[in-house]
Design a protein around this ligand. Structure first.
Ligand code: C2E
Ligand code: CA
Ligand code: CA
Ligand code: CA
Length: 279
């Protein structure tokens, strides 16, 4: 019996160290890729549901790997989070999005808002507000054109610290959104307490919209709740005209999704803006 246990432990050991080695290899590659400038931001258009005017874009990170091509964030964000690399990566994302906004401003592309995802780790960095302020100042952009996307789980963590951080960010003039709304442990009380501007309705609820009545009830409830607290609503993952028209009927403010456009490279997004006409 003793021998078998040892064998089993040996097996688990080997499997575990393989996973650890793989993780460490990925971690090192991410670090190198940051230095080598292999990360890139794609931009996904967001439009108003009232008139289909283009109002902004969400910046979404991609890794342009020299051998593997484009790698999506689900492959590296979790390791970046665990290892803490998400902090320098997040800083790069913020600065890059602001820099790009300056380029688009100089091209007179029109008033656009850029949404940037902030990770939990970043949100708990004391220096975050100063870092955001510096990125805005260095790029000489209007802070109201920058929207920071936060998640519910970040906001639930600790009461006073969270409120302090949100106030410090809001004071910079940027807007704050709650990403993936409805998927975390929602304590709705925080919506009123925190200086939040926008609720992003998760794709899961949008997907259910044209399935059955239940799906409609939930999306409708989120929109009504948000509006009763004077918050704007953006629906994510809108893929069909049917979903868009149901959302419009419920008074949803903006949509983002494949129906309007996929996340695009800077060149493609710039072309998209140039040729886009509201339907
Ligand atoms: P998210 O913030 O919820 O971003 C929306 C995701 O939904 C994006 O996936 C986008 O490509 C995808 N999407 C948009 N419209 C549609 C649609 O109509 N249908 C479907 N099926 N999907 C749609 P992506 O770009 O792979 O990003 C995944 C997640 O990675 C993001 O989810 C976000 O949590 C994280 N992420 C992306 N960029 C960054 C970043 O710069 N920093 C941090 N911390 N996280 C990021
Ligand atoms: Ca997001
Ligand atoms: Ca989201
Ligand atoms: Ca998500």
């Amino acid at each position: 019996v003793k021998r078998r246990t040892d064998e089993r432990l040996g097996f688990f050991d080997a499997a575990m160290s393989y996973a650890v080695t793989e993780r460490l290899t990925l971690e090192r590659s991410i670090k190198d890729a940051l230095k080598a400038g292999q990360f890139e931001l794609f931009y996904q258009p967001q439009v108003s549901l009232r008139d289909y005017e283009l109002v902004g874009a969400e910046a979404l990170i991609r890794w342009r790997h020299p051998e593997l091509g484009i790698i999506t964030p689900d492959k590296f964000i979790p390791v970046a989070e665990e290892s803490g690399l998400i902090v320098p990566m997040g800083q790069w994302v913020l600065r890059e999005a602001c820099r790009q906004m300056r380029v688009w401003n100089d091209m007179n592309l029109g008033r656009l808002r850029i949404g940037v995802n902030v990770s939990g780790r970043q949100f708990h960095e004391e220096g975050l507000p100063d870092m955001v302020a510096e990125a805005i100042a260095d790029a000489r952009i209007d802070p109201t054109h920058l929207d920071l996307e936060l998640t519910e789980s970040m906001l639930m963590a600790d009461g006073e610290g969270t409120l302090k951080m949100l106030r410090a960010l809001a004071k910079l003039g940027v807007t704050l959104s709650i990403d993936d709304f409805g998927t975390g442990y929602s304590s709705l009380a925080y919506l009123k307490r925190f200086p939040i501007n926008t609720v992003k309705i998760d794709r899961a609820f949008v997907k259910d919209l044209d399935q059955d009545e239940d799906g409609r009830v939930i999306a409708n409830a989120i929109i009504s709740l948000a509006h009763s607290l004077s918050l704007k609503t953006i629906a994510e993952g809108v893929e069909t005209e049917a979903q868009a028209s149901l959302l419009a009927r419920h008074g949803c403010d903006e949509i983002q999704g494949y129906m309007i456009g996929r996340p695009l490279t800077v060149a493609d997004f710039t072309a998209f803006v140039g040729s886009y006409t509201a339907q």
